[in-house]
Structure formats: C-alpha cells, structure tokens
Write a protein that binds this ligand. Structure first.
Ligand code: DOR
Ligand code: ZN
Length: 433
C-alpha cells in the first residue's frame, strides 16, 4: 500500500464530508467521491473530524536515563495514539540534554522509531543547574536543529542569567520556555497553598511563586526584545499577567496542561500521589480562568507535560512522591470534555490550540498546517461521538500514572497520519515495516 484514501471525513468538523487522498507525504486531493486505486488503503471515516496532527510543546520521554519509565519508542507510541505528529521532549533526562550529543541522539532515535517527530528541547543551563548557560548555539546548529530551550522541572530563577538567555536566544532565533517557579517560595512545597492543603497538612506552593516569575520574565523579554514562553500556566493571576503583557506588545506565549483545565486540588483528599504535579493542581476558580483564557487566546495552546513515573515513585507517601502525570493519550479527550462540550471551543479551535499555535510558537513549518491540497499529510482523525474508559495498564506508556484512571471520556483518536503514513489506528500503533 503506497497511499491512503480517507472517505467521508469532515475537515475541522465543519464541512460536509469529503474524501481525502494522501500520498508522497502530502495531501494529494480533496473532493467528493474520489475513486480508490489498487495501491491505496481505504479508511472509512463515516463523518469523523479531520484535523492537523497535534503538536505537543511539553513532553517528558525519559530517554536517556530512565528507560524503566518511558522511552522514545513507548512515548512516541503514546503520542501517535493521542493524535500527535510532533512532540518536544524536555531536557531533564540523564544525562541532561545540554549538549548536541544528547539532542542529536534524541532526534535520531525519534526518526528511527518513526511514529512522531521528536524534537529535543535543549537545556538553558548546564546540567539544569541554573549557573552557566548551555551551548544553545551548538544544539541549534546540530542535526536536530534545536529550536526550543528549557530547564523544565527547574526554573531559571537567576534574573541575570535569564536575561542573558533571552538575549542569546533572540540572536539565535530560538525560544526559551520557562518553568515559572520562584524556588525560594516553594521550598518543601507539595500542594497548592490554600484551604485544602492546610486541612490535609500538606505544605503549600503559593500562586505567587509562579506569578512573580511570569511578571519578571515578561519584563525581561520586553527589554531584551525577545520571545518567552510560559510552561504549564496554572493560576488565574498568571492569566491576568498574560493579558497585561500581551496588551503591552510583549512577545509572550503560554501553554496550559489538560490536567490544569480539568482537575483541582479537591482531588488531594485521598492523599493519592497520582494527583501530585508541579505546578500543583490549583482551585476550581483557577481552572475556570484557564479554560476561559484558552478559549479567548490569552493562553495560546495546550501542552501535556506528559510526565511518566515508576510505580515506586508514585505509590508512596505524598511528600516523597515525584510530581507529574501522564498526558499524551488523554489530552484530546480532556480538551473535548473541558472545552468542546461546554461550547468554549469548536473543532477549528481545537485545531488551533492542539496543533496550529504550538507549531507556530516553535516555528515548525511542516506541522499545524491547513487541511488542504499540497500540505504535508500530518493529520488526525477524531470520532467525536464515542467515549472510552481510561485504564493505565492499557496505555502505551511504560508508566501507569494517569490521574484519569477508570474515567470515561469523550472523543476518540481513530487514526493518526505522519507524512501520509498511518502511525496509529483504532487504538493500535502501526510501526514502520
Ligand atoms: O510535574 C512535573 N513533572 N513538573 C515538572 O516540571 C517536571 C515533570 C517531570 O519531569 O516529572
Ligand atoms: Zn515544568
């Protein structure tokens, strides 16, 4: 089979169904009643929604170093099943992705696996230690062509170093993504600082730790004339700061995670560390503000912060558990639940927040493109009318730490296409033959 004919798909969920022919990595033809030729695989879409493949700016794939929890192979499979065609793999691996040796390895391994384009994120500072800038220019010039840098997991908290990083990034034409957490305000913190944490005896991570860095970095980006991206925005105050910064013409963008859109700190009552994440689950009013901000474009996109952890790192005392939760295979369904069902986004909006804006933010020119003839065939087919029940052990990730265990969620990814090749179909990964 050398090509694919998708029958009766609805691009962006809007138009009446059309047939879409894929071949040579591109969308070759769109029209009514296209005839299949012998060398094509035919996929009956039955009116399902066709969107550009999703782009995740924030994924932890754990390779190299923690292959017991995720690998580029298993994480790529999870991504393809979630409808992703490109993911950005964070630098907090072991060794840290602070050199071209590691970033080129991650890119090459992703291409070998071939299920999704794995773009390595380079570290901003050597060893994520926040002391000395990493060689961003060398990583940007490597095979991987690193275009995004982040110390995620850690904040670049030294303002002078952050200023230099923004200046350097601006001259290289790359993006700095900040994990906004003033570390002096979160020493020992394990949960959102508020009535729930107080009642449960958990030490609090105040909103101010995030917001003070967002405000500072907006001002640093303004003065450096450079762009800054805020990882996993989690508070209503961050939304206010983004509104202000954007109104000043500052080049600031932001992402929100599916879990911060849906969940809040009432989940902590069981002390189940599956709910421990950094930044922490906030209050219901924060989640509502984040949903509104995503709908109106104040927050640019959804990024998963997919963070696999081993059972022994999660099934333990809350304070000692590692922060983070799985996200790649459930992101679309959580966006449908929180944004589409309440009428905050239509399918064009879903394409914007899961595909087009993230691709634009990092300057990918082959993902997040229109569903149109001549464009790269990086696509996802979504059945909006079916539900599925999340079971950790059934996910493609090596780890099981999903906060949505046993939840029945709306929206199913039925096929993902990378350069015209089917990478996932009806819950099964399709490896290259
Ligand atoms: O919850 C989190 N987990 N937040 C981060 O910033 C890092 C991540 C991880 O690497 O596990
Ligand atoms: Zn982070």
């Amino acid at each position: 089979m050398t090509g694919v004919l998708i029958r009766n798909a609805r691009p962006y969920g809007e138009d009446s169904p059309v047939d879409v022919r894929l071949g040579d990595g591109q969308i070759l033809e769109i029209g009514p009643d296209l005839a299949a030729n012998d060398s094509e695989e035919v996929i009956e879409a039955d009116g399902q929604v066709l969107l550009p493949g999703f782009v995740d700016l924030h994924t932890h794939l754990r390779e190299p170093g923690r292959e017991d929890t995720e690998t580029i192979d298993s994480g790529s499979a999870a991504a393809a099943l979630g409808g992703y065609t490109a993911v950005f793999a964070m630098a907090n691996t072991n060794p840290v992705a602070d050199s071209v040796v590691v970033t080129d390895y991650v890119w090459r391994r992703g291409q070998e696996v071939g299920l999704v384009d794995v773009h390595p994120v380079g570290a901003v500072t050597v060893g994520l230690a926040g002391k000395q800038l990493a060689e961003m220019g060398t990583m940007a010039a490597g095979i991987a062509g690193v275009r995004m840098f982040s110390d995620d997991g850690h904040c670049v908290d030294d303002p002078l170093l952050m200023r230099r990083a923004l200046e350097y990034a601006s001259s290289l034409g790359v993006l700095i993504a900040q994990h906004a957490e003033e570390p002096r305000l979160t020493v020992g913190a394990v949960a959102h600082e508020g009535p729930n944490a107080a009642r449960l005896g958990l030490s609090g991570w105040p909103r101010a730790a995030e917001e003070s860095i967002v405000a500072r970095d907006a001002i640093l980006a303004r003065d450096a004339g450079s762009r800054v991206h805020i990882c996993h925005a989690s508070t209503a105050g961050t939304v206010e700061l983004l509104i202000w910064a954007k109104s000043q013409g500052i080049s600031i963008t932001a992402e929100v995670t599916p879990h911060h859109l849906l969940l809040d700190d009432s989940r902590l009552a069981t002390y189940d560390a599956v709910n421990k994440v950094n930044p922490p689950l906030r209050e219901a009013s924060d989640a509502a503000a984040l949903r509104k901000a995503l709908a109106d474009g104040t927050i640019d996109c959804v990024a998963t912060d997919h963070a696999p952890h081993a059972e022994q790192e999660k099934c333990c005392e809350f304070a000692s558990a590692r922060p983070g939760m799985l996200g790649l295979e459930t992101a679309l369904s959580i966006v449908v639940e929180t944004m589409v069902k309440p009428g905050l986004l239509d399918w064009r909006g879903v394409a914007r927040v899961l595909s087009e804006r993230p691709a634009e933010i990092v300057g990918l020119d082959d993902h997040g493109r229109p569903v149109a003839v001549g464009e790269p065939a990086n696509l996802v087919l979504v059945d909006p009318d079916t539900t599925w029940t999340v079971r950790g052990p059934e996910l493609a990730s090596i780890s099981n730490n999903t906060p949505y265990e046993a939840m029945t969620l709306p929206g199913t990814v039925t096929a993902t296409f990378l350069r015209g090749r089917v990478t996932a179909r009806s819950g099964k990964v399709r490896k290259r033959v």
